[in-house]
Design a protein around this ligand. Sequence first.
Ligand SMILES: Cc1cc2nc3c(=O)[nH]c(=O)nc-3n(C[C@H](O)[C@H](O)[C@H](O)COP(=O)(O)OP(=O)(O)OC[C@H]3O[C@@H](n4cnc5c(N)ncnc54)[C@H](O)[C@@H]3O)c2cc1C
Ligand code: SF4
Length: 435
Amino acid sequence: MADGLSRDRSEAVFGDYKGEYTKEQATVEANRCLFCTDAPCIKACPTHIDIPQFIRKIATDNVKASAKTIFESNILGMSCARVCPVEVLCVGDCVYNHLGVPPIQIGKLQRYATDRAFENGWRFFEAGPDSGKHVALIGAGPASLAAAHELRRHGHRVTIYEKRRDIGGLNTTGVAPYKMKADRSVEEVQWVLGIGGVEIRTGVTVGESLSLEDLEKQHDAVFVGVGLGADTLLSVPGSTLPGVEGAVDWIERMKLGKVPTEGVRHCVVVGGGNTALDCVREALGLGIPSVTMVYRGIQEKMSGYAHEWKAGQIEGARVEWQALPIAYEGEGRVASVRCQRLDTEKRPVPGAELSLPADLVLVAIGQSKLGAMLAKLGGVELANGCVVTDERGATGRKGWFAGGDCRNGGKEVVNAAAEGKAAALAIHDYLRARG
Ligand SMILES: Cc1cc2nc3c(=O)[nH]c(=O)nc-3n(C[C@H](O)[C@H](O)[C@H](O)COP(=O)(O)OP(=O)(O)OC[C@H]3O[C@@H](n4cnc5c(N)ncnc54)[C@H](O)[C@@H]3O)c2cc1C
Ligand code: SF4
């Protein structure tokens, strides 16, 4: 098992909800592509993979070249094929949507090509000649990994500092196991690092066990890819009762270890974003019989993807729209959630309360921002806790760059990969200009 992950992790019970193509299925699907010039699917992909090009190569049975096309643009093309919300990105923009014909299954084709690369051990990139420069990357998530790979292609020495034991960021600890399990993410990290020359130092929290000033002194440039922080929790009575958990924390424990579900009959998920929807589907997948999402707004205002909610409903999820938890109740452990009904403007409806049974409450209302860790460094600007940079990832402090969730406030893996690569190219230009 990759990197000491235990075999009986809770996430192991999940199947692969999207499934993979056989060679025949991939060939048939690839041959449906219209190979559009000015293809909208390319524009919809934050890493701008040449989608018609890689699909054409599958159609002509040149899978190795297809995988190379994908990885040229996005070195995390394997995980993105599994975790990208393609319904609102490339597939959502496929021209077939306007013709009343099912769109091309770009994610599944990308998975077909990239999986063959992993299976066959194909490698496409080499480290560049040593530049004599050394770059520090904070965090071993998708943003830093994409940056590290690009920096190595340009010959810069790279050290990644990661506070956790496990590498891969939320790709390892956060994404739903029916899309990708932790060991697959760790395998991808190892494949990306196969370019050589990347030192990884786990168990190092920059800003605590290693100061920002020391990091700066020891390196020629720094990339900040720390992502987001701890779950935000509602401060209502009973919020410290056992059984009331932060969603991202619970998901991490479910993916890397075991979460107790025996005897859990009712799970309430608080929130209406994608993490809430993941929790709903995960709780159902773990066999919890009753799972209810509680969201303070109306369905149309929910930030979670409609396709994920539809899937959750098919799997048996219930929902209370326009409801806000005002107390978690129980003796020694949570047993119910008392909620206040809200109107469409999210104002309390006087006298309208409801109580939901709950032996597990997962609070998915957001994560803290980690930009504050940079506040004491002169020149780095923050906006709502996110690191402010120019379009290539440069902060206001010389030699400091940032990308991924800590910069964009929390998007997708593919955005982190795109921003990490863009910043690496900016760092390369910066180091070259410094001589
Ligand atoms: C529950 C959940 C499910 C998601 N599902 C999907 C999905 O299905 N598809 C999708 O595309 N996106 C998904 N996302 C979003 C996606 O995971 C993120 O956008 C992406 O991982 C961001 O990458 P990153 O490198 O910026 O940050 P992260 O992946 O968060 O990585 C940051 C890394 O930095 C480390 N770190 C933090 N502070 C320090 C420090 N001071 N010193 C050293 N190391 C530090 C962290 O431990 C972490 O490993 C999900 C997010 C969540 C929360
Ligand atoms: S928009 Fe659809 S049909 Fe056109 S190139 Fe992209 S995947 Fe193929």
